[in-house]
Ligand binder design. Structure first.
Ligand code: AMP
Ligand code: ZN
Ligand code: FE
Ligand code: FE
Length: 287
């Protein structure tokens, strides 16, 4: 079994990169991809431990983007996975990633100021103590809870952080097409992450949504994911075949930040991804 989607402390997971590798080894996974949000640092830190344990560690990343659609509203926070990017990353990719990280920090600074202007005593440094280099709204939510301004993460988003809330401050995200093109130009395979987020409850048929994303540059779909029903897994795998796309899958493990999702097996064992998925993926990359 393999797992091609996991997060560490370097983004919003709660386990260190070494702990995630140890767990993959304990579970006898045949391969693991660390796919932290907007950073390679989890992968970098995991490499030594993985090679000592002879674990096949795949370089991955998960990029947040905004999907611009002809004649339709833009959808924010659409996730793209990138696999097998050149290592070390090409200078172009590093600069591009650096811009994303800088714009996140700039948004965080403005978000802290906005919350303060609303009378909420929340400092940037307090959120950064939780989120470090990848501080985001979930970390501001933790501070808001700690200070009694919210009762839960959901409550913190509803009251203060959501797009509809007073405290909302937008951040620059690359477009989906730009993210896909940049991953491809840097030697990577651009894959639509957890497609259910775009297709469940969508007004258009699945094939239309996927077709649109193919036009925007994806070369694979994450058919297997902890949040997918078995029917969705079948539909996504079928759509991938129909469009000639690669198929990937993973648990989207976040440690204690997403209780109930286990590395390698997902939610109550709902993902079990055979090694051949990775073999095929590597072949489709070299094609
Ligand atoms: P950011 O990238 O800092 O703007 O934060 C986006 C992240 O916040 C998403 O990836 C989600 O994990 C989380 N998030 C967004 N909306 C909510 C919500 N309503 N409740 C809980 N978490 C949310
Ligand atoms: Zn995450
Ligand atoms: Fe995601
Ligand atoms: Fe993820």
């Amino acid at each position: 079994m393999i797992d091609l989607h996991s997060h560490t402390l370097e983004s919003d997971g709660s386990w260190s990169p070494e702990q995630v590798v140890e767990q993959a080894v304990a579970l006898r996974l045949e391969a693991l991809a660390i796919t932290d949000h907007d950073t390679f640092s989890g992968y970098d830190l995991a490499l030594a431990r993985a090679s000592a344990a002879e674990l096949d560690l795949v370089c991955g990343i998960e990029i947040s983007s905004k999907l611009e659609r002809r004649g339709k509203a833009t959808i924010r926070n659409v996730h793209l996975l990138g696999y097998f990017l050149d290592q070390p990353p090409s200078p172009g990719f590093r600069v591009w990633l650096g811009k994303i990280q800088a714009s996140r920090r700039d948004r965080n600074r403005r978000l802290a100021a906005k919350l303060q202007s609303l009378g909420l005593k929340v400092k940037l440094e307090e959120a950064e103590a939780f989120g470090r280099t990848l501080t985001g709204r979930p970390h501001f939510a933790k501070v808001l809870i700690q200070k009694g301004y919210a009762s839960s993460v959901t409550d913190a988003f509803e009251r203060h952080l959501d797009e509809a809330a007073q405290g909302y401050v937008p951040r620059h995200e690359p477009t989906f097409a730009e993210a896909a093109a940049t991953i491809t130009a840097s030697g990577g395979l651009a894959v639509l992450a957890h497609p259910y987020k775009l297709t469940r409850n969508a007004s258009e048929p699945l094939d239309m949504v996927i077709g649109e994303l193919v036009d925007q540059g994806i070369r694979g779909i994450e058919a297997y994911h902890s949040e997918h029903t078995s029917a969705e897994m079948e539909q996504f795998a079928a759509a991938a075949s129909a469009f000639g796309l690669a198929i990937t899958g993973g648990s989207d493990f976040h440690g204690d930040a997403k209780p109930g999702v286990k590395l390698g097996s997902g939610k109550r064992g709902n993902v079990h991804i055979p090694r051949e998925v990775l073999d095929r993926l590597r072949n489709s990359k070299t094609r």
